[in-house]
Design a binder for this molecule. Structure first.
Ligand SMILES: [Zn+2]
Ligand SMILES: [Zn+2]
Length: 140
């Protein structure tokens, strides 16, 4: 588990021009510590004793996404999985690998893929998010 200092946490919020709230600080901490994208339910569980209502957590995640602090990495079982944007570049997120056997998703932070070029005129590609599927080491 990565250790995240409160001052780093605060600096990130400040850079993103977001007011510090207890909920924002707590959720940001959870996402910075996580080693893979989490859905809202998992985030709520990791917040532990700090109880925030569903709507507050949802709005906080949305404000993080709008500010570019957090990315919606992928959707699984009808739920968005969120992750901190710190391991992504401006134009692309690191690829995510989902095991078709156990369903686990891994962040491939070391992997960079060439940006796709549109074969069709008039489409401007601004960001790239790639999702890979196959078997993880435990299932292969
Ligand atoms: Zn697996
Ligand atoms: Zn990731």
């Amino acid at each position: 588990m990565k250790s995240i200092s409160d001052s780093k946490n605060r600096k990130i919020l400040k850079t993103a021009k977001l007011y510090r709230t207890e909920c924002r600080e707590a959720i940001l901490k959870v996402l910075l510590k996580a080693d893979k994208p989490l859905n809202q339910k998992q985030i709520t569980q990791r917040l532990g004793k700090k109880r925030f209502d569903k709507v507050t957590i949802y709005r906080t995640l949305e404000s993080f996404c709008e500010a570019g602090l957090v990315h919606k990495a992928f959707m699984q079982k009808r739920a968005w999985h969120f992750e901190s944007a710190q391991d992504c570049s401006e134009i692309q997120c690191h690829p995510h690998f989902t095991c078709t056997n156990c369903g686990d998703t891994h962040c491939l932070t070391e992997m960079t893929l060439p940006m796709a070029k549109s074969p069709h005129k008039g489409f401007v590609i601004r960001r790239q998010q790639v999702r890979l599927e196959g078997l993880c080491p435990a299932c292969a």
